[in-house]
Design a protein. Structure first.
Length: 311
């Protein structure tokens, strides 16, 4: 049975009613990254600035039959220079987002978080997947599966706030966060359960705001109401979570890839906490996933503009 991707289609359709997001595409030197950028531009999601070696980008476009003459192309010699130039375009106010091309994530993020000339804010940078899981009513936000390997409690507070803010940017009516562990009780022998409890207390003290948050919760009782009832968990989040916060990168990576490869889920990727959203894509991503990642970034950038106007 062919997938309809209804959650992503709704997201993309909404963003098509907004102005395209000016996006620096760093080193789009393979078919997947260049085709994704062109397709997103043709659908009105982004206005791409192609940043990379002119000859290589032109050769890929010719090989793939892609028309790129209408898009600005900033010629730089290699991927490292492309990452630096993409960041520079943001700092100059010429781009509102960055999209990863055919360079390694670490190379791009090194330029983003560079202490001199990067895009740091007071918030820790973190990654979120927005996952379209077949059979699950709503999209699931999973954080962090790509940036922070073993975050401290302070870093987890930022990761949690980033995920909550993403939920609001996506126009989620009620953001409900489950802080995941292997169990739903606080166990001194399992550090992730203690940190989950501490994060919940930080929510109680309004150090973290904007969502219903509960944890520790195991995955089953975070997303399945019957599992939560069987464990007698009295919580507005248990069984109804739309954000899943994992204890570390390994757990997040395994969860996201399990959903992708065993349940047929799609995973749009975004990095938050920098001055602008960073669109992270994988060579294995489908076109619909790349488009959804652009749509997510557009909503995050739109929410940022709204918040600045309020301030």
């Amino acid at each position: 049975m062919e997938r309809t991707h209804e959650k992503y289609q709704r997201l993309i359709a909404f963003c098509q009613s907004q102005p395209p997001l000016t996006t620096a595409v760093a080193h789009p030197c393979d078919r997947a990254s260049l085709e994704g950028a062109v397709e997103a531009a043709q659908m009105g999601l982004i206005a791409p600035l192609l940043v990379g070696p002119r000859e290589r980008i032109g050769a890929v476009a010719e090989e793939c039959g892609l028309q790129i003459a209408g898009y600005p192309l900033i010629d730089v010699p290699h991927s490292h220079a492309a990452a630096a130039k993409a960041v520079e375009l943001v700092r100059e106010g010429k781009a509102e987002a960055i999209m990863k091309g055919s360079l390694h994530t670490d190379e791009l993020m090194a330029a983003v978080v560079h202490r001199e000339g990067g895009l740091r804010t007071e918030r820790r940078v973190s990654h979120c997947f927005v996952m379209d899981v077949p059979g699950h009513a709503n999209a699931l936000i999973i954080t962090d599966a790509a940036i922070n390997i073993a975050p401290t409690l302070a870093e987890k507070a930022d990761i949690l706030q980033n995920a909550i803010d993403l939920g609001h940017a996506l126009r989620v009516d009620e953001v409900r966060v489950a802080i995941l562990s292997a169990m739903e009780i606080v166990n001194p022998k399992v550090p992730s359960t203690i940190e989950a409890a501490a994060l919940c207390k930080m929510v109680d003290r309004h150090q973290i705001t904007g969502a219903l948050v509960d944890g520790p919760l195991a995955l089953d009782n975070a997303i399945d109401l019957e599992a939560a009832r069987m464990k007698k968990i009295d919580s507005p989040v248990a069984g109804r979570a739309n954000v899943l916060m994992v204890p570390n990168l390994e757990a997040g990576n395994m969860l996201a890839k399990s959903l992708s490869f065993l349940a047929g889920a799609d995973a749009a990727g975004i990095v938050l906490g920098a001055r602008v959203p960073i669109i992270l894509t994988s060579r294995a991503d489908s076109i619909i996933t790349r488009l959804a990642s652009c749509a997510v970034a557009a909503l995050v950038a739109s929410k940022g503009r709204e918040d600045r106007l309020v301030v």
